[in-house]
Design a protein around this ligand. Structure first.
Ligand code: GUN
Length: 291
């Protein structure tokens, strides 16, 4: 068993970006500027957005955090996106999800200018990704692809089982892994809550991407020996021994699964840091393309 160390790979990506940004700055060129919108005070969202802002600082990017109370009306949010779309200093815009129920998240995502859509959730970005054209790829699946690349994992011809069909992770992951570049060229099975023979399918997986949000769902009896396991889960579970009062649990029962695998991502320190690094890469790309 070997660890796919997302912290290490993400650091390498951020270090390379930092050099690129410093060079741009020396040449008098614009440096990347990410705008993040956070609505309400969901604890997990607060943590994720803070990590994104911190990564900007570490990498030499500018960042702007726009905060709204959870009772903000949809129109005000759409107006803020319009302002950011029209602000030439802003290269990338992300709206942290989930949004409060009274706001139509699709309307909000669709309002982001596709050339600033660093989350890759806009239909124009999704359409390009499906066609295999260059575009912004959603940060979590993009980060996973970068992690596989960093460790030179040969995915060609492998059977990948993706558990979860969200627009943020599972669905784009299935598209990328089935794509015709490397990493990719996999045969992909996408599983979800209506899949009837999940265990049998998982046992066929050379690669399993667990992105369903149920802690320790994937157990050793579901995993083929020598499989590659990517754990996207980051559920907070109570832990009174921690200062924070919680700890993170993945969708994979790491302790029992790890010894059966060839490669596995830990939680934390696997996919999470790669998501941030991928967002940084998208924002840098937006800066280059928009200026
Ligand atoms: N919520 C969970 N994951 C993500 C993400 O990648 N981007 C945004 N904007 N919100 C999220």
């Amino acid at each position: 068993m070997q660890i796919l160390d997302g912290k290490l790979a993400a650091q390498a990506i951020k270090d390379a970006l930092k050099l690129d940004v410093a060079q741009r700055s020396n040449e008098g060129k614009k440096i990347p500027h990410l705008a993040a919108i956070l609505v309400g005070n969901n604890g997990a969202s607060e943590t994720y957005v803070a990590a994104k802002v911190k990564a900007c600082e570490e990498t030499g990017f500018k960042s702007t955090l726009v905060r709204f109370n959870s009772d903000i009306d949809e129109l005000t949010l759409l107006e803020e996106i319009d302002n950011l779309n029209n602000d030439p200093d802003i290269d990338g815009i992300l709206v942290q999800l989930p949004l409060p129920k009274h706001i139509d998240a699709k309307k909000v995502i669709d309002a982001i200018s596709p050339n600033k859509d660093v989350d890759g959730f806009h239909p124009a970005s999704v359409g390009k990704m499906v066609e295999g054209l260059p575009t912004f790829i959603p940060a979590t699946p993009y980060g996973i692809m970068l992690l596989l690349k960093h460790y030179k994992i040969d995915t060609k011809g492998k059977h990948a089982i993706v558990i979860g069909r969200s627009n943020i992770v599972g669905r784009p992951m299935s598209i990328l892994l089935s794509g015709n570049s490397n990493p990719g060229n996999c045969t992909v099975t996408i599983c979800h809550s209506h899949t009837t023979n999940l265990k049998e399918l998982c046992l066929q997986g050379d690669i399993i991407v667990a992105a369903l949000g149920i802690p320790e769902f994937v157990t050793a009896d579901m995993v083929k020996p020598g499989a590659i396991i990517i754990d996207v889960g980051i559920t907070r579970v109570e832990d009174s021994t921690r200062k924070s009062g919680f700890r993170l649990k993945g969708d994979v029962a790491f302790d029992q699964v790890a010894e059966k695998t060839d490669w596995i991502t830990p939680v934390p320190g696997g996919v999470g840091p790669m998501t941030i690094a991928a967002l940084m890469k998208n924002t840098y790309q937006a800066c280059i393309e928009n200026n």
